[in-house]
Design a protein around this ligand. Structure first.
Ligand code: ADP
Ligand code: MG
Length: 594
């Protein structure tokens, strides 16, 4: 066995394994270098998702010719002037990024410090360092990385599609840009600007920058956070609980201006929102923690994304109380915040279809049973139930059973059905729910061999615009499969003889006109079935439970029972909930009783 020192190139390649995982890590290191160099303007360019080229151009302090050679040497840095790892104030400090990148790709630095009469350039290819040469470049630095991982092909295999790599790089730049609203950022993907952020100064600058990155919505639905304790300060903006997301990906956390992904901080955010959010929903926050440099260790991981706090408990406490305070006492929004916090407890429907709530003790609902034993009466369809044989209607509901979606109590604004459940209340968007039911039942009927048609007692003539009648007639066969029987009626009109039974009382004229418009969008060769969701939406708009139609008690209960028995009835065709549920405990919270 022979122990030997590895050659420098190999050492750098090994280090590169940790520092340069993918194009986004290069972007991160280079943009951090630009920020450390005092740049006010940073432009990133990617080709082929960064695999062919990553270029970062800045207008920062630059490097002189003799510094170029040092910059690509391992463990060479200008950022630890006092050899002090305890007080790190720059983003970089390890002196490994440039040599690591130069070891796995073709790296070219071109730089010119302010006042220098010329720019110099230096190339490192697969670890071989060239000689500095004069070059043309304005004040600042241009760093180019070409043919990433050409020297370590094993890594190439781990790269994702260019689009994905570009997205990752974009995310990195966005995070850094949130921390520095005073700096202009551009990210060019091939020739397209994927991101362009103007510099914004002043106190409002940060929110302005956050809005530019996270969207206006965030700015309008966030509260300012400001809290301090001992040598800690927390600032930033926290989204209202109702402004939530299905993942924690929209939580942007910074420690001394450095974007971090830190479990301690994420846990504190979760704890602060715990009372306001369902477990599977996550708030959107951008929080900036400022800590005395000696109270935090950033030298935990080569990518510098993790940190260790001297007093983790203090940090957690500050975040939890700072966020709660901000959410509770945001000036005149306080009362809406409380209401919204309760609204945050409204759960989007996630009804397991065809399931029933567990049998509960009779809550005095016996007299209501009569109201839904015949839920289909009054639905208006002359020769059959609009909702088909809903299970609830098939046999009398036992008086002691309670329904998951409860018993209808009222209709509000001819749009919402309010129902009382065993332990709370449910509000149904009647139109969204009906649309979903039509779609699901249409799918089921098509799969089972055909949609039941309802013959009209009096066929209806519908006048249409130029070409529209022809378009409909050309699709008559397909429309017939969907339960709509129509034929040509002279020029520019159709005669409707049958409608889908499941629509109930139908506004035929509106339905046919809208379908004609819908068809104008569909390519003649495209089968209608591929547009089933859209066609069903159009149909549902003119069915018996459309928005703006007053429903009777029985109709409302029929709708609830049908929702319980239909798959995916908890969400409409657009992914929005069809109903929300508020538990009594939530109502009590709303009134401060809890
Ligand atoms: P670190 O950032 O940890 O110091 P790097 O390998 O990223 O290590 O960079 C090495 C050195 O090169 C930096 O300390 C800095 O002096 C110089 N440098 C790198 N990029 C730039 C830049 N864009 N402008 C000016 N100097 C730079
Ligand atoms: Mg660096």
């Amino acid at each position: 066995m022979t122990i030997r020192r590895l050659p420098e190139t190999l050492v750098n390649r090994i280090a590169a394994g940790e520092v340069v995982e993918r194009p986004a890590s290069i972007v991160k290191e280079l943009v951090e270098n630009s920020l450390d160099a005092g740049a006010r303007r940073i432009e990133v360019t990617l080709r082929d998702g960064g695999r062919a080229l990553v270029a970062v151009v800045d207008d920062g302090g630059g490097m002189a010719a003799e510094e170029l050679a040092l910059a690509v040497e391992r463990h060479a840095t200008s950022k630890l002037p006092d050899d002090d790892l305890v007080r790190i104030t720059s983003l970089g400090f390890r002196g490994e990024a440039l040599p690591s990148i130069g070891a796995v790709g073709r790296l070219t630095l071109t730089s010119r410090p302010p006042g220098a009469d010329a720019a110099w350039s230096l190339t490192v290819e697969g670890g071989r360092v060239g000689k500095p040469a004069p070059a043309a470049h304005p004040t600042g630095t241009r760093v180019e990385v070409r043919d990433l991982f050409y020297a370590t092909p094993a890594r190439l295999k781990f790269l994702k599609a260019p689009r994905t790599e570009t997205q990752n790089a974009l995310d990195v730049v966005k995070r850094l840009a949130m921390a520095r609203p005073d700096v202009a950022f551009t990210l060019m993907d091939e020739t397209r600007a994927a991101l362009r952020l103007a510099p914004v100064d002043g106190a409002a600058g940060r929110l302005e920058r956050l809005a530019a990155i996270l969207g206006r919505d965030f700015a309008e639905n966030a509260v300012a956070v400001e809290a301090a304790r001992e040598r800690l300060a927390l600032t930033g903006h926290a989204g209202l609980p109702t402004f939530n997301r299905p993942t924690a990906a929209s939580q942007y956390l910074f420690v001394n201006g450095r974007p971090v992904r830190d479990r301690l901080l994420q846990g504190a955010v979760r704890a602060a929102y715990m009372d306001f959010l369902a477990r599977d929903r996550h708030p959107v926050v951008a929080l900036f923690l400022d800590v005395a440099p000696e109270d935090v260790d950033v030298n935990v991981h080569p990518a510098k994304a993790e940190v260790r706090f001297r007093d983790a408990g203090l940090v957690r406490g500050l975040i939890v109380s700072g966020l709660r305070h901000a959410l509770a006492s945001a000036g005149h929004r306080a009362s809406t915040t409380v209401a919204l916090a309760a609204l945050g407890a409204f759960r989007p429907g996630s009804l397991p279809y065809a399931s029933r709530g567990p049998s509960r003790p009779n809550l005095g609902l016996a007299e209501e049973a009569a109201a839904y034993q015949a839920p289909l009466a009054g639905l208006g369809a002359p020769s059959g139930p609009a909702y088909g044989a809903a299970p609830a209607s098939a046999e009398p509901a036992p008086a002691h059973e309670t329904y998951p979606l409860g018993l209808a109590r009222a209709q509000l604004h001819t749009t919402y059905v309010v129902a009382e459940t065993a332990d709370g209340l449910v509000i149904v968007d009647q139109h969204a729910a009906h649309e979903r039911l039509v779609y699901e039942r249409m799918k089921a009927a098509l799969a089972a061999g055909g949609v039941k048609r309802q013959m009209l007692l009096l066929p209806e003539v519908v006048e249409l615009g130029d070409g529209e009648a022809e378009r409909l007639v050309a699709r008559a066969g397909e429309l017939g499969q969907l339960g709509l029987g129509l034929e040509a009626f002279g020029t520019g009109a159709v005669l409707v003889r049958e409608v889908p039974a499941l629509l109930g009382e139908t506004d035929i004229k509106g339905l046919v006109q809208d379908l004609a418009h819908e068809l104008a969008e569909v390519d003649g060769a495209e089968p209608l079935a591929t547009r089933l969701a859209a066609v069903c939406s159009t149909m549902a708009c003119h069915g018996s439970v459309r928005a703006g139609r007053r429903l009777g008690q029985a109709e409302m209960n029929a709708l609830l029972r049908q929702m319980e028995a239909t798959p995916n009835a908890g969400q409409c065709n657009h992914g929005r909930p069809t109903y929300v549920e508020l538990k009594l405990a939530d109502v009590e919270r709303l009134f401060g009783r809890r």
